[in-house]
Design a protein around this ligand. Structure first.
Ligand code: ADP
Ligand code: MG
Length: 702
């Protein structure tokens, strides 16, 4: 079996960008921030668009506003004052004046680039300024004689501060100097059918490093690279799933007494949808294969209890079980409710979150490793390497879209042949499911517990804030409880906090002790205390940043006020609104906005006002935002497809899924030539998730 690194080009491709000659460490650091750490990540940084330039000789015949390439002779440099732009006067071969204009241009540099009397080829957008033809910040393609190979097509890259498009073009040309030869990983018949170029050729084409790049060649090259990415991803998922499925697990057992105990420990009767899903889960876990099941259910549909029942079933079968939550508040809340539930059944539970004292964490680690803790709830802290289990049997992941494949996998592989149950409120369309999960079994909770009243949603201008505060005071006097959520101002937590603090002070003047501030920076104990007080009613209004977004459950909270609702995405608004209307009281959601509203913001708020249906909202969200954001992966940078978009390349995605399943079915250990090439692709694209060897073989006893 050849290992991918034995291919002589792999060390180069997987090597660090630091190996690029001619660039400063500072520049490379920025470049890495933009494209990723390796040469292959650089090569996969594809242009987002292309500018077409037209070669002209007589500028008077060219259209103003178009992009042109023209040979000019340099006449004179001029810098009038500190504030005025740096100007270079030139003329074309027909004698037309062309002014090149630079803001912040450095004289020495520009004199070197455009010496007076010299002939240069420049490309840029033709503009008319004070009666003269002008180009702002043109690109100098060199002297008239050295630019013969130019195609007229300029790739335009996504950039970052300190890296210009010219830099990107040069750096990528440098990286492409090596002619990379890799075995083909796409099946022959597919290559022929699609007429795709090789990987190396495709890269050269999209980066326009070849001279004869036609539009159709570029499209094929782009498709191929999109397919490569989707295929790598699907191969990784199929491989995981294949190993997951192949492993046999001793079937869990249940008995009538235990099932009765579960019902007794639950303060309500399950809805029909919950019963159905539970039956599916039970079937999975008692049939001797590993479960990988996704439970989709809108906010408030009651997913948590299914998680609890599953955890209890694992514990009942002598296994340890984990509930992974995306935020500390949610983990604490789950732990608190779970502790009551588990006590009734006689199981030991534990909590593990990053903010705990090292001493306490150590204790939990020991309890997990030795097996005393049967059920543990926690955050990312559970994924850390130092966490070991005695006999992990089930992993439940709440609000799954917050975690990536790698994180999920890291936790799952802490056990032998663990069952996996994932919960999400995001109604993910099938295409996206396929792209993020491969195929898994799906249960849908399409019904909410009885007695819920619809939430009234109102959209109000922030100009009416005084009336809103008055209304709030009145509502609280009537015994209601309210959330007041402050906006995301930018990516910095500090400014969000400042806004929330300011709002808190204003409300405090009206509400005194009844109002409290909650934010991500607080110590866990403080957060807990405030949350407790809110649950129990000593505090009646909670001002917070979006820390309460996910999963928090206070049943008698009936008012949700969201400030600057126009700054939130639809999924987020839906999640936030899902914090109210959880009991049988009537609830109101108030979306405050600052006028004027953009078209998209208006659409979002209007959608919220019209519907409470998570599926409709998700569809609208998809339409307004695009795929990555719906899964929340863009922000967290998890799934991050770079060359493909599951929404645009839907067919390629299906194709990639089929081909990957076929290959893994035929060659699960990747020992054929096709398998080896696939492994190489996965290594190159970072989707080859190593599994500890014994996981795929060791039998497990319950
Ligand atoms: P989500 O699906 O958003 O995670 P939760 O599991 O937090 O929803 O449930 C929302 C609320 O509904 C909780 O207070 C929970 O106790 C309650 N609940 C769940 N199932 C039922 C049911 N079958 N009958 C009554 N209340 C229920
Ligand atoms: Mg939940």
């Amino acid at each position: 079996m050849t290992i991918p690194l034995a291919n002589p080009y792999m060390p180069y491709l997987l090597g660090s960008i630091d190996a690029l000659p001619h660039y400063s460490a500072f520049f490379k650091k920025r470049l890495k921030g933009l494209v990723g750490p390796t040469m292959v990540s650089l090569l996969r940084h594809l242009p987002s668009q292309y500018h077409q330039y037209k070669q002209v000789t007589d500028l008077s015949k060219a259209e103003v506003g178009t992009r042109v390439i023209v040979n000019v002779t340099v006449d004179e440099h001029e810098k009038k004052s500190n504030k005025s732009p740096y100007l270079i006067y030139t003329h074309d071969s027909a004698g037309n004046l062309l002014v090149l204009s630079f803001f912040n241009g450095r004289a020495t540099y520009l004199h070197r680039l455009y010496p007076t009397g010299g002939q240069r080829t420049v490309e840029g957008k033709l503009e008319l300024y004070k009666q003269a033809l002008q180009m702002n910040h043109p690109t100098c393609l060199g002297t008239v004689t050295t630019q013969a190979s130019f195609t007229g097509l300029e790739p335009v890259y996504p950039l970052t501060e300190g890296i210009t498009n010219v830099h990107m073009r040069k750096v990528i040309a440098e990286a492409l100097k090596v002619r990379i030869m890799l075995p083909e990983w796409i099946p022959d018949h597919l290559m022929q059918h699609q007429g795709w170029p090789t990987w190396n050729q495709a890269l050269r084409t999209v980066h326009v490093s070849e001279t004869d790049v036609s539009l159709s060649a570029r499209t094929k090259a782009q498709d191929r690279l999109a397919f490569d990415e989707l295929y790598a991803h699907q191969l990784g998922l199929c491989l995981l799933k294949e190993r997951h499925r192949r492993a046999s697990v001793a079937p869990y057992t249940t008995d009538k007494g235990f099932l009765e105990q579960l019902s007794e420990a639950t303060p309500f009767t399950l809805t029909q949808a919950q019963k159905q899903t539970w039956a599916e889960i039970l079937k999975d876990m008692t049939h001797g294969a590993r479960m990988i099941r996704l439970v989709q259910g809108d906010v408030g549909s009651g997913k948590t209890i299914l998680a609890f029942w599953s955890l209890a079933l694992a514990a009942h079968n002598g296994q340890q079980a984990v509930l992974l939550a995306p935020t500390e508040i949610l983990a604490r809340q789950h732990a608190a409710t779970l502790a009551n539930f588990a006590k009734a059944l006689g199981f030991e539970t534990a909590l593990l979150i990053g903010a705990m004292k090292e001493k306490d964490k150590k204790l939990v680690r020991e309890q997990l490793a030795q097996g005393q803790a049967q059920i543990v709830v926690g955050t990312h802290a559970l994924i850390e390497e130092s966490i070991n289990f005695d006999r992990l049997g089930l992993v439940v992941i709440d609000e799954q879209h917050r975690f990536g494949v790698k994180q999920r996998h890291a936790l799952i592989s802490k056990g032998l042949n663990t069952h996996v149950l994932i919960m999400t409120a995001t109604p993910i369309p099938r295409t996206l499911l396929l792209s993020n999960y491969g195929d898994l079994d799906i249960s849908r909770l399409n019904e909410k517990p009885a007695g819920r009243q619809p939430i009234v949603t109102k959209v109000t201008s922030l100009e009416k804030i005084e009336a809103v505060v008055e209304g709030l005071v009145k509502a609280l006097n009537e015994g209601q409880k309210a959330y007041w959520v402050c906006p995301l101002i930018d990516t910095s937590e500090e400014s969000d906090l400042a806004a929330a603090t300011a709002r808190f002070k204003v409300l405090q003047a009206h509400l005194g002790e009844q109002v409290a501030l909650l934010h991500g920076r607080m110590k866990p104990d403080e957060k807990d205390a405030i949350f407790q007080a809110f649950s129990q009613g000593a505090i009646r209004c909670l001002v917070s940043t979006t820390v309460i977004e996910v999963g928090v459950d206070v049943r008698d909270a009936t008012l949700m006020i969201i400030e600057h609702g126009e700054r939130f995405g639809l999924a987020q608004l839906h999640q936030l609104r899902g914090r109210i209307g959880r009991g049988d009281l009537a609830s109101t959601c108030l979306l405050l906005y600052a006028p004027p509203l953009s078209f998209i913001a208006k659409e979002r708020l209007e959608t919220m006002r019209q519907t409470q249906d998570g599926f409709i909202i998700a569809e609208k969200d998809l339409e307004l935002r695009g795929a990555g954001d719906v899964l929340g992966t863009k922000q967290s940078g998890i799934m991050a497809f770079r060359n493909a978009d599951p929404l645009i390349h839907t067919q390629l995605l299906t194709l990639a899924h089929e081909k990957a399943s076929d290959l893994i079915a035929q060659d699960p250990s990747l020992t054929t030539q096709a398998g080896e090439s696939a492994r190489l692709l996965m290594t190159l694209y970072g989707t080859f998730y190593e599994l500890p060897e014994e996981v795929s073989h060791a039998p497990v006893s319950a």
